[in-house]
Design a protein around this ligand. Sequence first.
Ligand code: PLP
Length: 378
Amino acid sequence: MNNLLIKESKLYRPTWAEINLSAIDYNLKLVKKIVGPRVKVLAVVKSDAYGHGMLRVAHRIVKEIDFLGVASIDEAVCLRKSGIKKPLLIFESTFASHTKAIIDYDITPTVCSLDLVRSLNTNATKCKKKINVHIKVDTGMGRLGIWHEHALDFIKKIRAFSYLNIEGLYTHLPCADTDRKFTLNQISKFKELINKLRQGKIHIPLCHIANSMGIIGYKESHLNMVRPGLMLYGLYPKNSLISKVKLKSALSLKSRIIFVKKIPKGRTISYGATFTTLKTTVIATIPVGYNDGYLRSLSNKSEVIIDGERYKVAGRICMDQLMVNLGDSEFKVGKVVTLLGTNKNMTISAEELSRLAKTIPYEIVCAIGNSVPRFYKT
Ligand SMILES: *Cc1c(COP(=O)(O)O)cnc(C)c1O
């Protein structure tokens, strides 16, 4: 299907996401206030900016940040083609066979294997273009990266490749929200490595550790660049931070009632008949389902807001629809329903939904898929 058709197919869909770009501006300002003027900011816009729309978010904040962070070459190419000139770091390791694109589009790769380094250097030499790379060190994440004890040797080897410039060195924190000791140990391992490099007269300009949790919870992790993702979108990596830092959430998910009916006592609602009416009950149908990222695990648990009041989801969430128990209230077809966000001083947060679905706020917003059109408040 071409883009035009996809767009047209959303024309009549009464479900949408609203993204408040000034909330993202505000959260970015807060990041800068926390880390201070000497620390650079790499804004993470992977996964379509956590469901907020990568291009809109990137263009909105690009003047205020130093780097953008994405997961894949494709995301970086998309940003370049849209006119973004700032440095772009990709977090994934890339196949040696894809290094030409990295050079052509002036992307900064993460390196943690010699195969990749060789291929990058070969292509960079052919293009006569020196390229910046960031080396990923594993201090406990157990994902990408050279283990910290082998990092010094690896860095020394890379320095021999004449078309590569080691611009950055970084590591990632897997337990910053749950395990302080583990995290502090990671930070000190990383700093030990920097010290060893210094003793060997090796200077790497950018050293970075901190994701959102590092920024808020670990001043010692700021070094000279930070990598905020979640907090830019106004979400919290840990619930207890809500009282500590005031972020503004940027995304709301809204829809409209498409059908209302009075259901007598003793009838069941939706697949699996998991909800039974205990008395005559007004039930509304809303055209939102797990295809839109409204997780099925929220069935019979989550609430929605109509006119500032909360109403509970009744029965299983379907692929494209869900039912809401209105009790005795009767709302008309077309009435706006807020599934995530604020309506008349009542708020349903991504944190609330994540708690009910036994997941994390990251998944709640990333899941809101392409079936949902986005509208931007500037
Ligand atoms: C996603 C990601 C981040 C951002 O993490 P948040 O918790 O969303 O702030 C930072 N660094 C790396 C390597 C990432 O993959």
